[in-house]
Design a protein around this ligand. Sequence first.
Ligand code: 5AD
Ligand code: SF4
Ligand code: FES
Length: 374
Amino acid sequence: MYIYIMKSERIQQDIMKILSSPFLKKEDIVPILKMETKEEMEALQSLAMKVKQKEVGRVVYFRGLVEFSNVCRKNCFYCGLRKDNKAVNRFRLNEEEILHAAAFAYQNRYGSLVLQSGENQSEEHIDFVCRIVQQIKSKFDLGITLSCGEQTEETYRRFFESGAHRYLLRIETSSPQLYRKWHPDDRMHRFETRLNCLGVLKKIGFQVGSGSMVGVPFQTYEDIAGDILFLRDMEIDMMGIGPFIEHSNTPFHQLNAYSIPQAERLDVTLRMIAVLRILLKDVNIASTTAMQVLDRFGREKGFLFGANVIMPNLTPSIYRKDYQLYENKPCLDEDATQCNNCLEVRIASVGETIGYGEWGDPLHFFRRVNSSPL
Ligand code: 5AD
Ligand code: SF4
Ligand code: FES
């Protein structure tokens, strides 16, 4: 036992030494992303937990997720909601349905709500989003996060002025070359546009979330290490990382290209979460639903590797089957109450407490804003 603890301490010290170097490079992170022995995994987990405990405490915040529209003008090669997937029934929730979900979140003391949709820049859609945000803010004390893709600066400003104070926009990959391989090569799918959006969101004053996928075709461990450094350098406040899961109605289904095998994707995601926690300390990190597809306890494991946010699904059950970015999405037949009860048990099972009634803003945001020269 003593020898075992000594060994774990030594691995933890090695990880700390690598990650605290001011000259940290992609190549230094790769060996951590590949740590696969039981001892290494446990050491990484212990270290991430120590940092989490110190920086943000062992509290999990709920963000009720409302997937309010699956209409999307894009054609990302990996996603089941892509425009060319004609097998999807396109829907948009009405105001009443969204307000009902918001009321559920409020009554169950969730601090915040995430409103997510496919990408749609129509005036009608933008007006709808602004109206909904204003209505929710006037009725409930909830923090509102939007996740509605790339928009113009003017639109982002209108969202902010309506009352949304957080925005999620995953970079998907920090490698422009890889981004090109994952998306059609046209004006609508540009890495530069996405990057620019993140800058604009920060400038407007949003708490900004971003992240990437793990195990998409053509992606290497080096690319993933690059994503970690990207999130650090962009000073992102909230992280959403998840394993890639094939969807049969997409070009990336059974593609014969290099990819981290599915059996390894959850562990790599967990290691990435741990590295982000140790490196970035006071950010919020979500334990994402895709992690649960690969392992029944995927999301619980996420908390043990440093995650501190979960997004219980509040989308009305009848629409859930039509919002499948990937296949085998859990909870398709459950409703908000069932997911709520299930998650309470899951979170308690790993010794975390739930931050009921708190917005749970990322501490990283306040440090970033207060230290900014502006
Ligand atoms: N597997 C896992 N995640 C996916 N996303 C899209 N398609 C897939 C997939 N097949 C993720 C993207 C997007 C987020 C909303 O869902 O990262 O930003
Ligand atoms: Fe649309 Fe987002 Fe899916 Fe791309 S990942 S097709 S933008 S819903
Ligand atoms: Fe939905 Fe467990 S989270 S049933």
